[in-house]
Design a protein around this ligand. Structure first.
Ligand code: PLP
Length: 415
């Protein structure tokens, strides 16, 4: 490791562009050169229309633009505007609000919520439990805050949730650290699209309760990252598991990272919340105090105009229905695109890990970087990961989703 010049040694970082942005940049160049029809750019982690333009909900942006300037410009309360905090809890749970002591603190997107969970519920140097297939930013957030990570394989041999691996890792970390924070990104996991089923949740819950009761001095924190929940399952049924995750012992805390980035196309507006479902009022108050303090110490407060927009949408039936109609319109488009990809992949024998819902599909392979490079030669852009490739139906048309599996399989054979 190079010696730092002025930054402290642990803050020495490699420069250069994130590889995803580099590939995306190349894809854009090809679009200019050969036209949009000739290029399949599935590198983007945002919902794009069939012409490759970022989708924005009219209900959201008409509301935002109707706000008085001094409301958009103003600071918000440190914990978030009180009305927004009520509405974001509604947005998170909808009809599946669990029993327990619920508090919310506004954060700049899901990233802020994840940061607060890592920093307030693990000790410096502790390892946070993640799955092997995962969003790479978890590692950055952990590392930037002097935490480590531990991982377990997401899938069992049947392509379901690997409960045995999860149990083993939780017990090992508890033995070492006396507390464990596990991150489960579900429904519609990034990068695989896996959704933990309600049956699997019941098993996870039974294990957590059994462990917490056997080790009353230990602390178990379940962080559920909901980044893609509004694009999963039929209507709001993907929220059913929230009702399962209640009635936990005093030493178990359930946290939800909720974000408006994907659900309300507010990516750059940085709007979300960390929400607790605590077994006691004291634990909930402690949560709200520590996360509010963390807001002050990191970014002070959130984006007022974005909070007001969500507050208005959730306070006005007509506006709410309009936003939901737009959300479900694009949810259907995403479903059709993913179905087209999966159907074609199955037809030609392109291997995928279990996909259920959401923005991404993962294809396991041995030399992801080489396969991705080969695909670039065919004007097809996918993200190489440690264990395979990530294809993003959120970003390409149904027709291209149908075309892509053959190109990917061919490139795998060529490498
Ligand atoms: N969690 C996962 C798995 C994600 O993929 C993302 C965004 O890409 C986030 C959380 C949080 O995003 P944001 O901070 O924009 O809300």
């Amino acid at each position: 490791m190079k010696k730092a010049e002025m930054v402290i040694q642990t803050s020495l970082r490699k420069g250069g562009t994130d590889p995803i942005f580099k590939i995306a940049g190349e894809a854009e160049k090809r679009v200019k050169e050969f036209g949009p029809e000739a290029v399949i750019n599935s590198t983007i982690g945002a919902l794009m229309d069939d012409n490759g333009e970022l989708v924005t909900f009219k209900a959201v942006y008409d509301t935002l633009k109707s706000l008085p300037n001094n409301m958009i410009a103003n600071y918000s309360g440190l914990a978030g505007q009180p009305e927004f905090l009520e509405k974001i809890v509604d947005a998170c749970f909808k009809a599946y609000k669990p029993e327990g002591f619920i508090r919310a603190v506004a954060t700049p997107g899901g990233t802020g919520a994840i940061r607060h969970a890592f920093c307030n519920y693990t000790e410096l140097g502790d390892a946070i439990l993640l799955t092997d297939w995962r969003w790479s930013a978890y590692e950055t957030i952990a590392d930037d805050n002097h935490r480590k990570i531990a991982t377990f394989p997401l899938y069992n041999e049947k392509g379901g949730f690997n409960l045995e691996g999860y149990k083993k890792s939780v017990l090992e970390l508890l033995q070492k650290q006396k507390r464990v924070l596990t991150v489960l990104n579900t429904p519609a996991h990034n990068p695989t699209g896996y959704t933990i089923s309600n049956e699997e949740w019941k098993e996870i819950k039974a294990f957590i309760i059994e462990t917490a009761e056997a080790q009353p001095e230990s602390k178990i924190i379940l962080l559920v990252d909901l980044a893609y929940i509004d694009f999963a399952g039929k209507a709001d049924e993907a929220r059913k598991f929230m009702k399962i995750l209640t009635g936990m012992p005093h030493n178990v805390l359930t946290l939800y990272a909720y974000t408006c980035s994907k659900s309300y196309t507010m990516y750059g507006l940085r709007n979300g919340a960390i929400i607790c479902v605590a077994p006691t009022a004291e634990i909930a108050t402690e949560f709200a105090n520590s996360c509010t303090y963390s807001n002050r110490g990191n970014w002070s407060n959130g984006t007022r105009g974005a909070m007001e927009t969500i507050t208005r949408i959730f306070s006005d039936e007509e506006l709410y229905n309009q936003a939901m109609a737009e959300q479900s319109f694009y949810k259907c488009i995403l479903r059709r695109r993913a179905d087209a990809f999966v159907e074609e992949a199955n037809k030609i024998g392109l291997k995928m890990v279990t996909y259920c819902d959401g923005f991404f599909i993962s294809l396991p392979c041995d030399h992801p970087k080489e396969v991705s490079d080969r695909l670039m030669e065919k004007n097809t852009f996918v993200v190489p990961l440690g264990k395979g490739l990530r294809f993003a139906p959120c970003a390409v048309s149904e027709e291209k989703c149908r075309r892509a599996p053959q190109l990917i399989l061919q490139a795998m054979k060529e490498v």
